[in-house]
Design a protein around this ligand. Structure first.
Ligand code: BGC
Length: 246
C-alpha cells in the first residue's frame, strides 16, 4: 500500500510517499521548516502544503512530538503549549481535506525499526529510545506496540530525564560525547531497572553517532543502533496509517 508519511519535528516537517509493504520511500522527501511559533494553526497550514505538494488524496499518517492519546495532544511537548487538548487528527483533516492517523513520533520511528530495521523479528520486550530534541520511546512486546509511552519523562532530580540527557542538552551545555554518554548511562540504567527489556534500540538523530558515546553506557540488556535513521519517522507514520492505529 502507498501511504503519505509525515514526520513533524521541532525544526522540520518532512513527508514522503512510502510503500508500507517494503518500508521504502517511493517519492523524494519534501521538507519544510517548522513554522515559528509552532501553533496548531501554523503547523496544520504547513502540513497542508506537504499534502498539496504530493497532490495526495490517499491514506496519510503523521508522527507527532507530544504525548498523545488517540490523536489528542496531552501537552504541547517541545512544540507549543497551545497544542494541549487539541485533537490533532481532526485538525489535520479539517485543514487538508484528507484523513490522518496521528501517532507519537517515537512510536512512529519505533514502528519503522520493528518492521524494517534493527528490531525486525525481535521478540520479548524491546525499548526503542529516540535521542533528539527530547527523549522519546516506543515500547514493543513480541512485536506489538504498547502505545504512547513517555520514557523521556521519567524524572531525575525532580525534572524530566530528557532535560538532563537529550541530545539538545548535549548541544546546549556543550558537553563532550564522553560526558553526555555518562548521563545516558544513568538514564539507560534507570530504564533497565524499571523495565528489564530484552533489547534497547537507540534511534533519533544521535543514533548516527553511537560509536562516540556507546562505550560509556553499561547495561545488561544489549543496546543497538536504529537502522532507518532520518527516514524512520516518515516510514513509521505511514505504517501506523496502514495498520489503522488509533
Ligand atoms: C515528548 C515525546 C516525544 C519526544 C521526542 C518528548 O518531549 O514528550 O512525546 O516523543 O519528546 O520528540
Amino acid at each position: 500500500m502507498k501511504v503519505l508519511g509525515i514526520d513533524i519535528g521541532g525544526s522540520g516537517i518532512k513527508g514522503a510517499i512510502v510503500d508500507t509493504k517494503t518500508g521504502v520511500l517511493v517519492s523524494e522527501r519534501h521538507r519544510i521548516a517548522t513554522p515559528q511559533p509552532a501553533t496548531p494553526e501554523n503547523v496544520a497550514a504547513t502540513l497542508k502544503k506537504i499534502v498539496d505538494h504530493f497532490n495526495w488524496k490517499g491514506k496519510a499518517g503523521c508522527g507527532f512530538p507530544t504525548p498523545l492519546l488517540h490523536g489528542k495532544c496531552q501537552s504541547g511537548g517541545n512544540l507549543h503549549k497551545s497544542w494541549k487538548g487539541v485533537q490533532a487528527n481532526d485538525l489535520f483533516k479539517k485543514k487538508s481535506g484528507i484523513d490522518f492517523t496521528v501517532v507519537n513520533d517515537a512510536d512512529a520511528a519505533a514502528l519503522a525499526e520493528m518492521n524494517f530495521g534493527a528490531g525486525k523479528d525481535k521478540e520479548g520486550l524491546v525499548a526503542v529510545i529516540t535521542l533528539g530534541t527530547g527523549i522519546g520511546s516506543g515500547l514493543f512486546y513480541n512485536g506489538e506496540l504498547i502505545q504512547n509511552t513517555e520514557l523521556g519523562h521519567v524524572t531525575y532530580k525532580n525534572e524530566a530525564f530528557e532535560n538532563y540527557a537529550a541530545d539538545s542538552i548535549r548541544k546546549k551545555e556543550d558537553l563532550s560525547y564522553t560526558k553526555w554518554g555518562k548521563r545516558l548511562n544513568k538514564y539507560f540504567n534507570h530504564i533497565e531497572l524499571i523495565l528489564s527489556p530484552d533489547l534497547f534500540i537507540i534511534g533519533g538523530g544521535a543514533s548516527k553517532k553511537l560509536d562516540r558515546f556507546i562505550d560509556e553506557i553499561e547495561t545488561n540488556s544489549p543496546i543497538i543502533p536504529a537502522e532507518n535513521k532520518n527516514e524512520a519517522g516518515i516510514i513509521g507514520a505511514a505504517i501506523a496509517a496502514a495498520e489503522g492505529i488509533k
